[in-house]
Design a protein around this ligand. Structure first.
Ligand code: FAD
Length: 452
């Protein structure tokens, strides 16, 4: 049987673009890719990249304050959102062009349109045309979930924040995951009055308990009006914003409301179930360790599979798929010991097991410290950094590392290499400290603060 293409990729985000480029550019496959929106997907257009640029922009408020303590005569005139947004838009345009150029160089044919699956080897484009392929890769990612009550009241999602014409004076952020917490800190840093509701007991569910508490405390100290165990009951548009009635009995008005209560996989109307592809409860594509679906010619990678929803993981999965199917190099994407960062202020870097998870698996020792970093202590600022190692009492291996500190994302990337290599607590101890830096605390933690 002959096909138009060896591979048709649906979705031009982190996973799809990597898979297409490796399959075509390195393994010589004839590849097409359909993207219905902007090339680059969530990470480049409405996720990691614009968010991190906003983190940088918002962190200057703190830096100006510190600069004065270090002898600089600085009086900032204020933050100009429009000026920043203009530069942000230009940067995203540049990145989008770079993604397109990469696909072009690899010889991938791009269809700027929505695509759906017609059968195991056929893709239907928005204009009704069909294209056949030996393999189809679903890399359609995810989107923010907006409950009915929120969409009826005109609430925003993370997608909308990057497109605001002006910053609101006050915002309510609903949600306690990493995206909600990051935007709470970003907007707070930009001078917006931020209230945050999270219906659970503590923000950042799934992360290390102590780190979660530490970050929540800092967010409150920084001026964020954070309420946990609190949700929205009613919302209505009123002059000047949205009136919100909360489960804590309070009624408040916020100029904008942002919902960041979760994301759902983009599988609606894709035609997958009719083809025999299995979907999970959230609508995620169910795949095996090779990212293969129940239909042998159809694979899926990235957020649409709802495994570990991070850009580097989607990229790994896309690359592993291309090597396996087109490079005769069977490769599974490894989902263990994935390091990650949460760009709250202060930042959080984490890898491996939380104390709570490790405790369930066997005896552990916990080494932890909290201290005022030299830079902020000198400036008279109250921030404390936290560093924590979770160690197996039996094997002495470091099972988890959790850092809340400026630049924690940078630190955790390096700690993750040692931990992946099976470093023991004694390996950390025998490593000479770099002085004076914050991370030296990681190799000078002498006594466990807890065992269990
Ligand atoms: C606000 C925010 C911040 C984030 N920050 C980070 C971070 O700091 N670090 C990190 O690692 N991860 C972060 N993430 C997560 C990261 O962005 C995702 O894990 C990653 O983008 C997933 O890549 P993907 O290829 O699976 O999907 P996506 O990047 O979502 O790409 C899917 C693409 O498919 C297209 N598409 C969908 N359906 C169709 C169709 N039928 N036809 C054609 N095209 C279609 C979409 O338009 C989209 O471009 C963040 C996410 C958000 C929302």
């Amino acid at each position: 049987m002959t096909f138009d293409y060896d591979l048709f990729v649906i979705g031009g985000g982190s996973g799809g673009v990597r898979a297409a480029r490796i399959a075509a550019g390195e393994h010589g496959a004839k590849v097409a890719l359909a993207e219905e929106d902007r090339m680059g997907g969530t990470c480049v257009i409405r996720g990691c990249v614009p968010k991190k640029l906003m983190v940088f922009a918002s962190s200057f408020a703190e830096t100006f304050g510190e600069a004065r303590a270090y002898g600089w005569d600085v009086t900032p005139a204020g933050f100009d959102w429009r000026a920043f947004r203009g530069r942000l838009d230009a940067e995203l345009d540049r990145l989008e062009r770079a993604y397109r150029a990469g696909l072009d160089t690899a010889g991938v044919t791009v269809f700027d349109t929505r695509a759906t699956v017609a059968d195991a080897h056929t893709v239907r484009l928005a204009d009704g045309a069909t294209v056949t392929a030996r393999h189809i890769l679903i890399a359609t990612g995810g989107r923010p979930f907006l409950p009915d009550i929120a969409s009826a009241a005109g609430a925003l999602t993370s997608n909308d924040i990057f497109r605001l014409d002006r910053l609101p004076e006050s915002v309510l952020i609903v949600g306690g995951g990493f995206i909600a917490c990051e935007f709470a800190c970003i907007l707070n840093g930009m001078g917006v009055k931020v209230t945050q509701f999270y219906r659970g007991e503590q923000i950042l569910r799934g992360f290390d308990g102590e780190a979660r508490g530490h970050i929540a405390e800092h967010m409150r100290e920084a001026g964020i009006d954070l309420h946990v165990g609190c949700d929205v009951i009613e919302m209505e548009r009123v002059a000047g914003g949205t009136r919100v009635t909360a489960t804590n009995g309070h009624e408040t008005v916020h100029e904008a409301v942002v919902y960041a209560t979760g994301r759902v996989p983009n599988t609606d109307g894709l035609g997958l179930e009719a083809t025999g592809v299995r979907l999970g409860r959230k609508g995620e594509v169910v795949v095996d360790e090779w990212s293969q679906t129940a239909v042998p010619s159809i694979y899926a990678v990235g957020d649409v599979t709802d495994r570990v929803n991070l850009t580097p993981v989607a990229i790994r999965e896309g690359h592993a798929f291309a090597d396996t199917v087109f490079g005769a190099r069977p490769t599974r994407a490894d989902h263990t010991l994935v390091p990650s960062a949460v760009f709250t202020q202060p930042e959080f870097g984490t890898v491996g097991l939380t104390e709570e998870e490790a405790r369930d698996l066997g005896p552990i020792e916990v080494y932890a410290t909290a201290f005022r970093p030299m830079r902020s202590a000198f400036a008279g600022r109250p921030e404390r950094a936290m560093m924590k190692l979770v160690v197996s009492a039996g094997t002495r291996k470091v099972l988890g590392c959790h850092i809340v500190a400026p630049q924690a994302g940078e630190m955790i990337q390096l700690a993750a290499i040692a931990i992946r290599m099976g470093a023991t607590k004694e390996d950390f101890d025998s490593t000479v400290a770099v002085h004076p830096v914050m991370a030296e605390e990681l190799v000078t933690l002498r006594k466990p603060v807890r065992t269990g």
